[in-house]
Design a protein around this ligand. Structure first.
Ligand code: PEP
Length: 255
């Protein structure tokens, strides 16, 4: 069970899925089910759905997030969306450095760090994703990768600046593959992440930061993952697109 210092967070990442009509329908179901949630609930939706989903979620406790942002406030940056635009459209959160962005769209620790600065300035809760590939795990580089991504992504801030930050440990080999990290593997990595955060920003900070697990979380495995002491929530891709599975994940039980 997660520490009482850290309210569990279940965040859905809809990725590049769902039309406006489908987005509104799923958001309504999440809103209707949130009373039975075991912690905080969020949905991170495609840019095109943000405003409509914000309308649906108005007055509910479900948080709304974007899946990326650009670090400049405005200007000639065709195709990009600023943090101010996310806030204006109704977001309270933003995912940063998702492994799909790192792999397919060249996000680096340096660009994640710039996006983080912009997100914090705009008052958004950033969910900063880190995680090793299968090759990195098999060649014993997991800890080095996590250490580098954390230090690079979070560099240049004081602990107080980072009080809203959420970390998502997402082993790349588990994302969208149906291969979940075992609860023991997740706990081991989360403990390591917390140890790194303690080295960087001190014990009080590390004890207060929520570290989510992401990678093929389902209605069937969420309870055992959430039962790990350093797993403070989940970032959920595929299973967040189906009403029944996401509602079950939101209502995880650790007892
Ligand atoms: C994700 O998108 O961050 C993710 C973990 O996806 P999935 O749950 O489908 O593995």
């Amino acid at each position: 069970m997660t520490s009482p210092l850290r309210r569990p967070l279940i965040a859905g990442n809809w990725k590049m899925n769902l039309t406006l009509v489908q987005s509104v329908e799923l958001a309504r179901a999440v809103k209707d089910g949130v009373a039975a949630a075991a912690g905080e609930t969020a949905v991170c939706v495609p840019f095109t759905s943000i405003a409509a989903v914000a309308g649906v979620l108005k007055g509910s406790s479900v948080r709304l997030g974007g899946q990326d942002c650009f670090w400049e406030a405005s200007g000639a940056f065709t195709g990009e969306v600023s943090t101010g635009m996310l806030v204006d459209a109704g977001c309270q959160m933003v995912i940063l450095g998702h492994s799909e962005r790192r792999k397919l769209f060249n996000d680096t620790d340096e660009t994640v760090n710039k996006k983080l600065a912009a997100a914090l300035k705009a008052g958004l809760t950033p969910i900063v994703c880190i995680g090793e590939t299968l090759e990195e795990r098999e060649t014993q580089k997991t800890w080095r990768v996590l250490e580098t991504q954390l230090a690079g992504g979070l560099q240049g801030f004081a602990p107080a600046d980072l009080s809203k930050v959420v970390i998502a440990y997402e082993p790349v080999w588990a994302i969208g593959t149906g291969k979940t990290a075992s609860p023991a593997q997740a706990q081991e990595a989360h403990l390591f992440v917390r140890g790194q955060l303690e080295k960087l920003y001190g014990k009080a900070f590390a004890l207060g930061v929520r570290v989510l697990y992401g990678g093929s979380v389902t209605a069937e495995n969420v309870d055992t993952l959430m039962a790990q002491p350093d797993v403070d929530g989940a970032l959920v891709g595929g299973a967040s697109l189906k009403k029944d599975s996401f509602l079950r994940i939101m209502g995880f039980a650790t007892a």
